[in-house]
Write a protein of this length. Structure first.
Lengths: 339, 339
DNA sequence: ATCTTCTACCAAAGCGCTTTGAAAATTTGA
DNA sequence: TCAAATTTTCAAAGCGCTTTGGTAGAAGAT
């Protein structure tokens, strides 16, 4: 059943039927209803390819991920993806996922744009300086960033308040008497890692505590790395009394490290982490329950997709910028410093 | 730059240019080279929508995942996805990801087929009885299963030798003197879980050991659930001396449970797990290193995509069935049973 | 030299939709 | 009542490709 047949069936022109279905005003309500009902009854579905060809719009957005980079290592990404996919499915927009080899990333963006394969992009894990933002901005194609960047270009984004979250978490630890606080952070080039460090440093500065660079670690966010780096920090002669971790996975490694050293978490060493709300690794079920700053990444994906659709529909990037607040959840993994 | 312009530029007809680029024989080698070079130089890229409309093929395959089901909980899925995406990117085939709400799953398949949105599907985590297989087979649309199912229908698949892997792992434990072996398995309705149990039971039977149903647990594969169920098993009066886990994540939970009870892994209790090769949680870096049956799920995704493309190109499902072997890696988490 | 087969190319139709420009039908104004 | 304005509908063009059904020209057969 295609447009032509449907129109013939109704004794109308294709024009009228098309307009009736697409909500154009120059169709009487009577015919519109008649057309809608017939379309429903006959299960008419417009051919996507034909529509794309005619309109130039693809009804598709893409996420490009480099095979070799950390996205793949990162369970957070899947949860984020789930949120994105949910919103897009709601609006019947297609989500295409594209893997690229090491150095093809920018070229892949360029190709998809040139071939008119997509209406827009979701760009995740932005770097402090991010070429993708510059490129997409130059190409003048809609995109939304999951996070922010220093790269100068007008772009839409959804970020969480990384700086605020880590400032408050650090302040909490300081208020509990901690002075040597280790920071297990994400990779240095990632924007969110920088913001989190900034929050941490701001809180220390506000309390007149001199930061110790040796207490700050930048690395990938896996359990193993958390274990290794926490072990190293806790083995220092002047052992930190608290650890601030950029993900539950890192904290999980830190728990293991502390246990290995016979340290009791929440007593000998306090641990607090940022929790992206991963469904398979829950902070509250760890032993002891892990205090966190929390902002569900899946909900972020959903909202981000909304922003992208708005961007595609012509809203300017300036109107599509959001910073989600972050909650601080106190649990037994942190405690007053023993004197 | 479109076909028409390219043809005009070359002084050829669109027909000839199209044929030259698509490798049809009725073009002289001389012109073909000339056309190819010009296309390259002028950066001609065929419009995907137009091609789809003309050919009826979309150059797209889809993976549908239910928002509420366990795929999302499952980091294995992301790694699998990465493998699929890599192969598809190599062949410039688009991968679309589609989320569905609770009961829309089958309807979503139907819609995508009816709207001619995709050339084929990848179906993951098959159930023992799987309606999707029946539906897609009835709709006569290409698809490949990641795993197998009891549902009667001719289908292509890539599976790993779950039965063999768990049979050998169990045999190894038996050989080391273990008699009470706990099985931390995936959810009961999943086909691979059934196969793994079958392997486990076969090994016990081969050594004349009566299986204890109380030692078999079916549940989701998360760290927390591994912890809970392993705790329960290890608290039994007749404590199992070995645990066989369906994923590293489960084993990870089991490690925690054992430690809580003051048991030394590899001595008081042996642990072996199936390892899908997740990059962020490595069996070999656990303490003690975790013995595993291993089959990288990412490579599986890549191969599966190859099979699907072959299926789309008309190969019959019967020719597209593979069972990948599984390696058994001995590490310190297993040891001879103490007498 | 004529007729038949290939080879290498082409014009035009068609895929199923949207959209332009115009016509028909209806309502409004005086 | 008739022209003007408005509403509703339509025919046809166009999106950029593939593919059908050709036609020239070269090669081979007689």
């Amino acid at each position: 059943m295609n447009l032509k047949e449907l129109a013939a069936h109704l004794g109308l022109s294709q024009t009228t039927v098309s307009r009736a279905l697409n909500g154009y005003p120059e169709v009487s309500e009577a015919t519109r209803t008649r057309v809608r009902e017939a379309a429903e009854r006959l299960e008419y579905r417009p051919n996507a390819a034909a529509r794309r060809l005619a309109t130039g719009r693809t009804g598709t957005v893409a996420i490009i991920f480099p095979s070799e980079r950390s996205l793949l290592l990162d369970p957070h990404f899947l949860d984020f993806l789930a949120g994105v996919a949910e919103k897009l499915a709601d609006d019947d927009v297609e989500l295409t996922l594209r893997a690229t080899r090491r150095n093809d990333e920018l070229e892949t963006y360029r190709r998809l744009v040139r071939n008119r394969r997509v209406d827009g992009f979701i760009v995740s894990s932005p770097l402090i300086e991010d070429e993708r933002v510059r490129l997409l901005s130059d190409l003048d194609v809609p995109f939304v960033l999951h996070g922010r960047t220093d790269t100068q270009a007008p772009y839409a984004y959804l970020d969480i308040d990384n700086e605020g979250a880590f400032r408050r978490a650090t302040e909490l630890l300081v208020d509990l008497g901690h002075r040597r606080i280790g920071l297990l952070n994400g990779k240095r080039e990632l924007n969110f890692a920088r913001d989190r460090e900034a929050g941490y440093l701001a809180a220390l500065a506000a309390h007149g505590i001199a930061p110790d660079p040796g207490l700050i670690v930048n690395a990938a966010m896996t359990e193993e790395i958390g274990y290794r780096n926490a072990s190293a920090l806790l083995a220092r002669p002047q052992r930190p009394t608290a650890l601030l971790a950029a993900s539950v996975l890192l904290a999980f490694g830190a728990y293991r490290a502390a246990r290995d050293l016979g340290l009791v978490i929440g007593k000998d060493v306090s641990v607090i982490a940022h929790d992206d709300g991963l469904p398979f690794l829950k902070a509250e079920t760890l032993d002891p329950p892990l205090a966190t700053t929390v902002s569900p990444i899946r909900a972020g994906g959903y909202r981000l997709a909304e922003l992208l659709l708005a961007r595609i529909n012509g809203n300017p990037p300036e109107d599509l910028r959001e910073v989600a607040p972050v909650d601080l959840v106190f649990r037994a993994s942190i405690g007053r410093m023993l004197t």
